[in-house]
Design a protein around this ligand. Sequence first.
Ligand SMILES: [Zn+2]
Ligand SMILES: [Zn+2]
Length: 141
Amino acid sequence: MCKIKSSTNQESCIFCSSTNLAYNSLDLVENILSFDVDCRDCFSTTNVAFTLHDVTLKTCGDNHAVSLTDEQRERYLLSPQSCPVCQFYKDESTEIQFGTFNCDQKQGHMIGKCPSCDSSWLDSYELKDITIVDLGKLANA
Ligand SMILES: [Zn+2]
Ligand SMILES: [Zn+2]
């Protein structure tokens, strides 16, 4: 599963400001990416959700396109489970590969790669919501 990397101290616990955080695995449902963040100091858990709002083609394998058409882009932004270039989803042995999710304040980025047509692209996400899952120490106070 994907890894998550935070590049700024903005990504600190909303309760105690600790940066001693553990990021759980990514969950992609339609165009919303979410993951739980556990604080190792106050034991709270929050769920952070990002919405996909842009995609940029980085390299294109088979068909030598230099950028996505408006139609490909629109379709991908609504359902990013398939390759934006060739629409490959998955078969028995392989599926779309996503790299590390990098978040920087309210923006997030992740690179996708298609094993079928060899294209890669950059997803851009914006912070949508933060939900408190567990108050940790505060709940016991
Ligand atoms: Zn905390
Ligand atoms: Zn493809």
